[in-house]
Design a binder for this molecule. Structure first.
Ligand code: HEM
Length: 121
């Protein structure tokens, strides 16, 4: 099984103060410390995303499939999934809507009118 790292653990490995350089790419954690100086795009670009999720930066640089392949060599584990995912705003579940409908007040029965017609037969 793959090693699981907390986001905070990855954040500490940001290349500063002698720390290694870890990045997150598509939910996986990579130790790219040894690669930073060899990066064809320069070390600064990797150091900018060190300790963080580098998925967008990596993809938007238009890397070749070779680069993606190379990245796999540095995989050390996976990042832990957030314990409490935020509920999506503006969306109500069908269950909630049903619950709210049930809480609506019952329609009142028609009140007796004082001058209502009384039948004698
Ligand atoms: C950390 C994992 C990374 C690996 C393994 C990696 C690998 C590579 C490789 C092999 C190349 C040569 C061209 C290619 O094959 O696509 C390259 C180029 C490049 N990379 Fe990365 N890269 C990484 C991260 C990043 C990040 C986070 C950025 C941020 C934007 C970046 C930006 C670039 C750029 C701009 C080039 C083009 C350099 C040039 O053509 O002069 N890379 N990278």
């Amino acid at each position: 099984m793959s090693q699981i790292y907390q986001k905070s653990e990855v954040a500490e490995r940001n290349g500063k103060n002698g720390q290694p350089v870890w990045i997150i790419y598509k939910g996986n954690v990579y130790d790219v410390t040894a690669f930073v100086e060899k990066h064809p795009g320069g070390d600064d670009l990797i150091l900018e995303v060190a300790g963080k999720d580098a998925t967008k930066a990596f993809n938007s640089a238009g890397h070749s499939s070779d680069a993606v392949q190379q990245l796999k060599e540095f995989k050390i584990g996976e990042v832990a999934i957030d314990a409490q995912p935020k509920p999506q705003s503006g969306q109500k579940s069908a269950g909630l809507q049903q619950q709210q409908q049930q809480q609506l007040p019952e329609p009142k029965p028609a009140e007796k009118s004082s001058n209502s017609f009384l039948c004698c037969c």
